[in-house]
Design a protein around this ligand. Structure first.
Ligand code: SF4
Ligand code: SF4
Ligand code: SF4
Length: 481
């Protein structure tokens, strides 16, 4: 019998959106995603200007804060990542300058890239640096959501960082290993209901490359999607596009492989949710910690922004130095040590009950991926609380982006109007229960991979199921209590 997600969707079900000829020709055009990047660049320029000149005194009415932390962040968590994986990265304007400098142009393909093109250091080829950079960014959450200049500084740091690193390191090394918002997009895109994979592995196997390269075992480097050709660039994210056993984590969905493949053998598939989480390959401690941190940070953010503890907000807003230092230490200790430590205890119990020969570390890492669906749903629940309560600010600021008294669309005086707030707790509970169901479903599939037989998998999964259930109940109490 075929394995299914939630007992409904066969794991291997796929529908290739690019089987519609119009969609394929759009993705093969060099104008895509270039034009969307240019549009977003225009929009982000307004955001950056608003960060400097707009409404410093009233954070809630600032265009930069509203569009980055209310609209963009919420869209990322609610729509982009769960449905379209890293689609944001394909249209993100922040690393565009770095990439254009490497390419010395906008549309013309020139596979010899400008810059030193160094390889990223091997020890840093993981998510650790991004984990710490993201954690560092969360230290400033109190400023980011109240002081527009903080948003300006963060965005400029990403733009400048990507420009500098693009001149030193190869392709999108910055996005792969440094961007603070890259790690969680990568991890949570394992859940996404879309993917970019090759259509027919047989066509890739028979892709005509030299016999000598085949004999030397380096024939994959000669494939057009790996080395680039006159129609497109070698995969900027250093993926091997035709590898069927890769996850969405490090695919920036740039669509270059659609342009380079001479056999039109790349597909943009719809698929069941969370299928990558079942892939028993390349699971690592760096991604495990990302999963812990994301869930822990969602809890902290909720407590700071919507929770009943006013002193936490004061700590995060740095009302006093002592309070701010307390925030940093409690926040870091909880996310880096306490939360993973609690999970370790449950993994230990799982290891003992399931009696697997695998090392405890492997059990701990494998099961950490069960936190991905629940973590994303916690962020969605958090985002729903923000957008329904504060979304109306967007209507206001769009008419007066710099706080100069403009009324471009006639909505500058639109009052703050919370929307359907009575429904929010039900949506949050529904989302968290769905997250729990997915986590349990994926968790048992991982248990089957981790333990020898079904009975041991059942025994070994009990502690993890208990952890997931208790965490979900805690989140429901937190969000709706
Ligand atoms: S990794 Fe960061 S900078 Fe790079 S494209 Fe994605 S969001 Fe933009
Ligand atoms: S260029 Fe096309 S056919 Fe060749 S390996 Fe890449 S995806 Fe497969
Ligand atoms: S070229 Fe690489 S990053 Fe771009 S869509 Fe293909 S596999 Fe993903």
């Amino acid at each position: 019998m075929k394995d299914k997600i939630l007992g409904i969707f066969p794991l291997d079900w796929r529908y290739d959106i690019t089987s519609l000829p119009y969609v394929r020709s759009v993705l093969k055009s060099r104008w895509v995603p270039f034009l969307i990047i240019v549009f977003n660049l225009f929009f982000f320029t307004i955001i950056l200007m608003a960060g400097v000149v707009g409404g410093v005194s009233a954070g809630n009415y600032n265009f930069a804060i509203m569009f980055v932390w209310i609209l963009w962040w919420v869209m990322l968590m609610l729509v982009f990542v769960p449905f379209f994986s890293r689609i944001w990265c394909s249209t993100c304007p922040l690393p565009a300058f770095g990439e254009w400098i490497q390419r010395l142009g906008f549309l013309k393909v020139r596979n010899k890239l400008f810059g030193l093109n160094r390889k990223w250091p091997k020890q840093l080829k993981n998510m650790w640096l991004m984990n710490f950079l993201f954690l560092g960014t969360t230290y400033t959450t109190g400023f980011l959501t109240t002081r527009p200049i903080a948003t300006f500084i963060l965005l400029m740091a990403i733009i400048l960082g990507s420009v500098v690193l693009s001149t030193v390191f190869e392709r999108r090394s910055f996005c792969l290993y440094c961007c603070p918002v890259s790690g969680f997009q990568g991890l949570y895109s394992n859940i996404a209901m879309t993917e970019i994979r090759c259509k027919d592995p047989e066509v890739c196997r028979n892709h005509n490359v030299s016999t000598r390269a085949k004999a030397l075992g380096c024939d994959y480097q000669q494939r057009d999607c790996v080395r680039g050709n006159e129609n497109g660039y070698a995969c900027p994210w250093l993926e091997v596009p035709f590898n069927q056993n890769r996850r969405n984590t490090y695919c920036g969905m740039c669509f270059e492989c659609f342009k380079t493949c001479p056999y039109d053998n790349m597909a943009f598939n719809l698929r069941p949710p969370a299928t990558d989480l079942v892939l028993d390959k390349k699971r690592g401690l760096d991604e495990a910690w990302k999963a812990f941190m994301m869930l822990g940070i969602a809890i902290f953010f909720f407590l700071i922004m919507q929770g009943p503890f006013g002193f936490l907000k004061d700590w995060a807003n740095a009302k006093t130095l002592a309070g701010y230092l307390s925030y940093i230490s409690v926040h870091s200790t909880f996310n880096l040590l306490i939360f993973p430590g609690i999970f370790f205890v449950f993994s230990y119990a799982s290891h003992a009950l399931g009696r697997t020969e695998l090392p405890l570390k492997r059990v701990f890492i494998n099961f950490s991926y069960t936190l991905v669906p629940l973590g994303l749903m916690a962020w969605i629940a958090f985002s729903v609380g923000i957008i329904f309560a504060n979304g109306s600010y967007l209507i206001h600021v769009i008419s007066d982006p710099f706080g100069w008294g403009w009324n471009l669309l006639g909505t500058a005086n639109f009052p703050w109007t919370p929307f359907m707030t009575g429904m929010v707790p039900y949506m949050q509970i529904g989302g968290l229960l769905l997250g729990l169901a997915l986590s349990l479903d994926i968790g048992f599939k991982i248990a089957r991979q981790t333990f020898k037989n079904r009975d041991e998998a059942v025994m070994g999964f009990y502690p993890i199921a208990a952890f997931l259930t208790v965490t979900t109940m805690f989140l429901m109490w937190l969000f709706t209590g």
